[in-house]
Design a protein around this ligand. Structure first.
Ligand code: HXC
Ligand code: NAP
Length: 307
């Protein structure tokens, strides 16, 4: 059988990833006195990052469209950490709602120091099946929503002379692009451009702007929309990752806490990828050769030497 044919019919024996034990990274008072606004903070990664910020002494404002979800999350987060959480219903697509949310945050905690643009909307679909409204729905939540929040906070920080901090959650396909999630890729690419642009423009006000590009971190919101039903098994994300595992929420929370803390005070305009090497795995032309079982390399070597 020709080598290449054998290659593509060979089952890959993925090595199982070693069990990891992730703990909090920063010292207990690393975020003491900081008020952090997290959009989409009542679910998934927003909730995990927020919970860790609370243990580091931050005050938290969590926002999204569903107040009942937010309030329940706030109660759980406060009970788990003893920290203070304000839940505010705010649709990031609406600038007036964002301004009102900021006002509430400042009234409650005295000031707002950090904006974590985490809210997002997404689903998989061939692009030609999308209506213009479906495309716009994602752009509005992700790009317009991040713009609205950054604009409101930026105006407030500059007026009050506060050295604010914006952290944007993007994805690795913000820089690679990706089929079947084109509205999200366009929107996240825009957020990345905003990150680098504002880092320069607002740097002179002491405002830092950075981004994190996470790889796969299982959450209900993402998995139900991106890997519905049997797709979760068929397209098991961990098989795409050189480290052969998905991310632990605490790993993301550690990076986010560092970037919103003063320990990262000289990092500005950066996007930090945390994906176990996933996007590079897809990029290298010969990376798929991991499919070759070790015993097949002997015959391949003979063939290449002969050539
Ligand atoms: C095609 C769809 C669709 C689908 C909705 N639409 N779902 N089109 N396929 N699966 C269309 C609708 O028909 C409508 O167009 C338009 O989109 C707006 O739909 P609404 O339901 O009215 O929008 P809305 O209520 O604003 O809900 C937004 C949403 C929803 C994005 C559709 O899923 C949502 O609320 N998501 C929030 C949470 C989320 O998505 N989390 C995942 C983030 S994960 P018409 O023309 O009919 O009016 C992520 C991970 C990245 O970003 C990387 C992972 C590895
Ligand atoms: P998630 O739980 O579905 O989080 C999305 C949040 O956004 C929800 O809390 C949702 O709350 C909120 N939201 C949606 N539309 C909104 C609007 N118009 N106004 C305000 N809030 C809105 O998914 P997740 O996986 O944790 O995703 C969090 C972030 O990580 C997103 O930016 C996502 O793109 C990014 N990310 C995730 C992964 C992953 O593997 N999970 C990978 C790369 C990047 P409501 O519905 O109540 O509004």
């Amino acid at each position: 059988m020709p080598v290449l044919f054998r290659l593509y019919t060979t089952k890959i024996n993925y090595m199982s990833a070693p069990t990891i034990n992730v703990t909090g990274m920063l010292k207990d008072d690393a975020l003491k006195g900081k008020t952090i606004i997290i959009t989409g903070g009542g679910t998934g990664l927003g909730k995990s990052m927020g919970t860790y910020f609370l243990t580091l002494g931050a005050n938290l404002v969590i926002t999204s469209r569903k107040l009942d979800v937010l309030q329940k999350a706030a109660d759980e987060m406060q009970a788990a950490t003893g920290g203070k959480v304000l839940a505010v219903a705010c649709d990031v697509r609406n600038y007036e709602e964002v301004e009102k949310m900021l006002l509430q945050a400042v009234e409650t905690f005295g000031r707002a120091d950090v904006l974590l643009n985490n809210a997002a909307g997404n689903f998989i679909s061939p692009t030609e099946r999308l209506s213009a409204n479906a495309f716009a729905a994602i752009i509005d939540i992700v790009l317009k929503g991040s713009v609205n929040c950054s604009l409101a906070l930026g105006k407030y920080w500059i007026k009050e002379n506060i050295p604010g901090n914006i952290l944007n959650i993007v994805t690795t396909y913000a820089f690679t692009g990706s089929a079947y999630v084109v509205p999200s890729a366009c929107a996240k690419g825009g957020v990345l451009a905003m990150t680098r642009s504002l880092a320069v423009e607002w740097g002179r006000h002491g405002i830092r702007t950075n981004a994190i590009a996470p790889g796969p971190f299982p959450t209900k919101g993402a998995w139900e929309r991106l890997l519905p039903g049997e797709m979760a098994q068929k397209f098991d994300f961990k098989n795409r990752v050189p480290l052969k595992r998905v991310g632990e929420h605490q790993e993301l929370a550690n990076l986010a806490a560092f970037l919103v803390s003063d320990f990262s005070g000289y990092i500005n305009g950066e996007v930090i990828t945390i994906d176990g090497g996933e996007w590079l795995q897809g990029a290298g032309q010969f990376n798929a050769l991991e499919m070759i079982p070790p015993q097949m390399w002997d015959s391949i070597e003979q063939a290449t030497r002969k050539a």
